[in-house]
Design a protein around this ligand. Sequence first.
Ligand code: KIV
Length: 273
Amino acid sequence: MKIQDIRDLKGKRKITMLTAYDYPIASLVDKAGIDMILVGDSLANVVLGLDSTTKVGMPEMLHHAKAVTRAVKNALVVGDMPYDSYQVNSEESVKNARRFIDEAGCGSVKLEWFDKCLEVTEKIIKAGIPVMGHIGLTPQTADKLGGFKVQGKDAEAAQRLIDQALALEKLGCFAIVLECVPDKIAELVTGKLTIPTIGIGAGIHCDGQVLVINDMLGLFERYTPKFVKKYLNLSPLILKAIEEFKSEVTGEKFPGPEHTFSIKEEELKKLKS
Ligand code: KIV
């Protein structure tokens, strides 16, 4: 999938995006024909056990992005710029964005909205790097938005979202994530843009949908936002398999003959004599 393929899907069919952080899961997501794979900074929460996405940096993001791109044959891989790579260190933002493309092999980067978002986005796009915007609930600056809450709930806040989306489109973003926004506002934004909107907690009217893979597979138990649908509940299945292994090892049932290598009896005799 190329940037233009994603843009062309608007109005034709819904776009699919999931996160992935490693080779085996990225292989499956790609094999299933998902259009875009986001190496999200949600890595911090669902893989690394941290309490905030602001706690991952470029080394962790590049490490995981490389594992994902090694697996992917078709999907467009989007590298999520970590907080300090463009919000704290905005002078380094173009260099950091380029590392996702040149070192990790991603096809684009994603940036969350913040006070200097337009300035930074413009520089990255002018450097020839495709950018996906992200507005609404932006976890990296959730403290400034009153916490992890639905955004755009009154006319003034909704107008701000529309303005942000239009400004990002004007700069040349190829798509925009809308996170935790009332469905009617997401519908309005989607109708005003010529580029696709990708919703997460933003209702059915967006041009596409994204979920965090660990949430939709039931592999993250700390909390589950309302917008998550669990297509599978993996955690109990994994726990059961691990408990079975433990019981078979302590009960001397594993490894069985089928998992064991042998040596010819005569060789063993020779050795013993
Ligand atoms: O980091 C992430 O997984 C994201 C999605 C929630 C869109 O930004």
